[in-house]
Design a protein around this ligand. Sequence first.
Ligand SMILES: NC(=O)c1ccc[n+]([C@@H]2O[C@H](COP(=O)([O-])OP(=O)(O)OC[C@H]3O[C@@H](n4cnc5c(N)ncnc54)[C@H](OP(=O)(O)O)[C@@H]3O)[C@@H](O)[C@H]2O)c1
Length: 273
Amino acid sequence: MKKVPDILLNDGTKIPQIGLGLYLIKDEADFMNAFKIAYDNNYRLFDSAQFYKNEHFLAKAIKEYRINRKDIFVTTKIAVNNFGYKRTLKSFDQSLKKLGSDYFDLVLLHFPVPVLRKQSWKALEKIKLQGAARSIGVSNYTIKHLEELKKYANILPSVNQVELHLFLEQPKLLDYCNKNNIKIEAYAPLAHGLPMDNPIVLRMAKKYNKTYAQIMLRFDYQLGLIIIPKSITKERIIQNINILDFEITAEDFNLLKTLDKKLRTCWDPTRIP
Ligand SMILES: NC(=O)c1ccc[n+]([C@@H]2O[C@H](COP(=O)([O-])OP(=O)(O)OC[C@H]3O[C@@H](n4cnc5c(N)ncnc54)[C@H](OP(=O)(O)O)[C@@H]3O)[C@@H](O)[C@H]2O)c1
């Protein structure tokens, strides 16, 4: 099995390009099982959030499976109801306690919450300077939110985690982030598991002898994005990281690019002032 490449962030830290999404894994047994399968199959990036209520399961997995904390890359996100300077700091301390560690690898603001997002960013900058977050970033930020942030930030985000897949390609945001050295981390890279029935993707899956999901993931991967597909199913967890042994040709890639239909399966931040 090939090693998952790292992506270099603008602060000099490295993040694995493929990770396991942890949204909706609320059952402890499911979590422990998914984590073990993922770890055994070379996943090192685990994407949690205060909102997912499973940071403490990560602590349990680290302990029970005797994982060296430094061997994994753990993300959390400040929940919308914890925005504001003091609340961000306080809730982050609670997240650290839940993880049983003195740092997270990456801490994101989960959403561009109006009014409060500036103070929350200032809190993340403090956390980063104290060393309790190796990297900091944002999630669901549009170009407008990033432009605003640039005006008051002392530290620019390393990552913007947004929904980005074959059917929601966001080329302008991708271009903007590339130019500003902010890495896009693609959430819902399988469009939340929506019916996998697009005839072009089906045809390509057959051609490359891969699954529909693997074509979707490889598309994001070839765009240079960090991807965090979620699954609690053994064969899917394994399948989702096994996308390193083939390459979609330029011609097929351009065909896939025509499938964008601006399909959002999660939040829509474009109307947030
Ligand atoms: N920052 C944000 O606002 C935000 C928002 C949404 C998500 N996220 C992050 O991104 C991660 C991924 O997004 P997501 O969980 O919403 O959606 P996703 O990864 O696009 O899709 C997950 C769904 O697809 C299914 N699936 C996984 N692998 C599959 C495969 N190989 N074949 C067929 N079906 C497959 C899963 O089912 P099973 O689990 O039953 O196998 C699950 O129902 C989240 O877990 C979270 O960490 C962040």
